[in-house]
Design a binder for this molecule. Structure first.
Ligand SMILES: [Zn+2]
Length: 136
């Protein structure tokens, strides 16, 4: 509290006004971007055929990947290393028939085998990069 008292109202007032302007505008924008991404994933998944079994992945495949991601984050919850990890999600769809995992590639608007994407981004961990990465 002592620090806030030292700050001049000339500095604090623009920060408060900016915060109050950005939050009401920023939240809907973030929600719209997330909804658009989800809509795009559903559209691609509805037509994407699993490269292992040939069945359409569809929305059930997205739901399976979401469930796996939630379980992964839940398993990390309470782990003291969690705060140091940068969570990278590799699996965006799981085939409901054969459980093959796929990653969404936005630039190509399709899914590819998750192992392929993970291997392409595989780098040896470095201390300067901000620590380890967890993947699902
Ligand atoms: Zn399959």
């Amino acid at each position: 509290m002592k620090r806030l008292r030292r700050l001049s109202p000339v500095v604090v007032a623009p920060l408060v006004v900016t915060f109050m302007a950005v939050v009401p505008l920023g939240i809907p924008v973030v929600l719209m971007v997330r909804a658009q991404r989800r809509w795009r994933l559903k559209r691609v998944a509805a037509e994407f055929q699993c490269t292992s079994c040939g069945n359409v992945v569809g929305k059930p495949g997205l739901d399976l990947a979401d469930k796996a991601w939630r379980e992964h984050l839940g398993a990390l919850h309470g782990n003291e290393l969690t705060a140091r990890l940068r969570h990278v999600r590799w699996v965006h769809a799981i085939c409901p028939t054969c459980e093959a995992a796929f990653a969404y590639v936005p630039s190509e608007r399709t899914f590819v085998a998750a192992e392929t994407v993970a291997a392409a981004h595989e780098k040896p961990p470095t201390e300067s990069a901000g620590g380890d990465q967890s993947r699902v």
